[in-house]
Design a protein. Structure first.
Length: 328
């Protein structure tokens, strides 16, 4: 499967490496407004730098597109990919402007090529195994979901200024995971946040520590706690509690999935996770899905849903009130 990659920054570099390493994929083109960066990446990973983006849309030797460029370019590139008939993997979020996202989602029809949104946390082995076990009834009816995710250090301020903020940039991963695990959409959300790491973050109008509480139609509750710093390292944990037991999984202190029931505790170990392996797992899922002809997941609708939750959380922080959610 020959890919055209948009973006030669940090995420683009990771994706280029994974495409080049995948046994059923290769790089055809890498495009970036910084042509020197694109050339360095093609020198390292293969492919060529096109004369312009139009060369990609006109190319017969491009089977799929991967968008890892700046967020404000995503919708325009997605629209062009749809017109060119190219299946697309797009990094989250779809755009920082929710109206722009809504208008694009409304334009897309069932006959358009598929769009896969890069919610790579779904593909961490311990979390994908957790979701399968929940679906199989391993812990009975879900009563609560608890998600904790903290970066090991505050990202560079230059990145934070254009990231869209903690809720749109980081917590959005978990606004995807929580409904995916619960198999239902929340009907109410309350969020609150603080600046505890660097006051400059607050001056940007953002927070570096936040908690969101979700209520689901079944009555199950979810909490998501996110932070920009953990002195002991990257921290990514999930607990799903049910009427017949509990599942716990995550990267601290070790990648594992533990199951607690009335008959005892079982535990599975997974390979060590340092934050980038899930990019490769997500890429492989995208390729495999296209090859099989199955529906992509996470889909464009999943990406839109997670962004609506992020926007509701921002509204809740601004108003200091819970936000009711209605889905159509």
């Amino acid at each position: 499967m020959r890919f055209a990659l948009f973006g030669a920054g940090r995420a683009g570099t990771i994706h280029a490496r994974n495409i080049a390493a995948h046994p059923r994929a290769e790089l055809a083109y890498i495009f970036d407004v910084d042509q020197a960066a694109a050339q360095r990446l093609t020198d390292a990973r293969g492919g060529q730098v096109p004369r312009g983006a139009h060369q990609i849309w006109e190319a017969d030797d491009v089977d799929a597109v991967l968008i890892a460029s700046s967020t404000d370019t995503h919708v325009d590139l997605l629209r062009q990919a749809m017109q060119a008939g190219k299946p697309t993997y797009c990094e989250k979020p779809i755009d920082l402007d929710i109206e722009k996202v809504r208008n694009f989602v409304d334009e897309v029809s069932a006959s358009d090529p598929p769009v896969f949104i890069g919610f790579r946390r779904r593909f961490q082995p311990e979390f994908s195994s957790m979701q399968r076990q929940v679906r199989d009834g391993a812990i009975g009816q879900i009563e609560s979901i608890r998600i904790i995710a903290r970066d090991f250090a505050l990202a560079p301020l230059a990145f934070l200024q254009r990231s869209g903020g903690l809720l749109r940039d980081k917590m959005i991963h978990y606004f995807d995971l929580a409904p995916w695990l619960a198999a239902e959409r929340p009907t109410e959300l309350y969020a609150t946040g603080s600046c505890l790491i660097d006051p400059v973050v607050g001056q940007m109008g953002d927070v570096d520590t936040a908690v969101a509480v979700l209520r689901f139609p079944s009555g199950a509750l979810g909490t998501i706690e996110n932070g920009r710093r953990a002195v002991y390292g990257f921290d990514d944990r999930i607990e799903v509690f049910g009427a017949e037991g509990m599942l716990q999984g995550g990267s601290a202190p070790a990648d594992n999935l533990a199951r607690f029931t009335a008959t005892g505790i079982t535990q599975n170990r997974f390979p060590d996770y340092y934050g980038e392996e899930s990019f490769a797992y997500a890429l492989d899922a995208f390729i495999t899905t296209l090859e099989s002809g199955a529906a992509v997941s996470p889909s464009l609708q999943d990406g839109y849903q997670a962004q609506l939750l992020a926007e509701a959380a921002l509204e809740s922080i601004r108003s200091n009130r819970p936000v009711k959610l209605q889905w159509t």
